[in-house]
Ligand binder design. Structure first.
Ligand code: G3P
Length: 217
């Protein structure tokens, strides 16, 4: 299972990278805006900075919603760095663009996916990753994890290579549940990764080991 961090915050990206378990980064315009990164040039520079920090895939989202615009923007983004994955929304022209990118060797992440049918279309178009947003489904009383399970079944039925990138992961239990279901990737905040570390018995056990060691010194 790959771990991506879902942020544009460079300090948090560095911290996750330093932990040694980071496989990539996902961003979106809202995450960029949260860090005060606005305007095309600043956003492009920020993607370059992220690619310098991590060794894995970095999703960079297009803003265009028409086929020609998505292609132009996506080709520009892909040229920035070989780690860039062009993030394309699940809309009609987005599906066409994913097919075009797939035919032309550009990797894609199909974003804003909320149904198994959308995920099937993304895979048919040749998306490298599909991003079902589980937290946002949970927010509206719909089981986000069930969507991951449905997509897993569909992709396994037909041997699609598209990787299921569980997105809108909000906490550590989402990570564990996605791992049980078989999501290929999860992207979440640093806290969702660091939460995996925690167990009170680990802390209690370590404190005792250290205290016992001191007795002999
Ligand atoms: O990866 C998608 C993600 O950024 C959305 O997360 O928490 O805004 O639903 P959230």
């Amino acid at each position: 299972m790959k771990f991506f961090i879902d942020t544009a915050n460079l300090d948090q990206i560095k911290e996750a990278q330093d932990l040694g378990v980071l496989d990539g980064v996902t961003t979106n315009p809202s995450l960029m805006a949260k860090e005060g990164i606005t305007g095309k040039e600043n956003i492009i520079n920020h993607y370059k900075k992220i690619c310098e920090i991590v060794t894995g895939d970095v999703s960079a989202e297009v803003i265009s919603t028409d086929f020609e615009g998505i292609i132009k923007e996506g080709e520009e983004l892909a040229k920035l760095h070989d780690q860039i994955i062009v993030k394309v929304p699940m809309i009609k022209d987005g599906v066409k663009a994913i097919k075009y990118f797939s035919d032309n060797g550009i990797k894609t992440n199909c974003t804003l996916v909320f149904s198994p049918g959308q995920a099937l279309l993304a895979a048919k178009a040749g998306a490298t990753y599909v991003s079902p947003f589980i937290g946002r489904l949970d927010d509206i009383s719909t089981d986000g994890l069930n969507l991951i399970a449905e997509i897993r079944m569909i992709y396994d039925n037909y041997g699609f290579n598209t990787q299921i990138l569980a997105a809108s992961v909000r906490h550590t239990m989402h990570v564990i549940d996605c791992a049980k279901i078989g999501a290929d990737v999860m992207t979440g905040p640093l806290s969702s990764i660091e939460g995996l570390l925690k167990h009170p018995l680990t802390d209690i056990g370590l404190a005792k080991f250290l205290a016992d060691y001191q007795k002999g010194n």
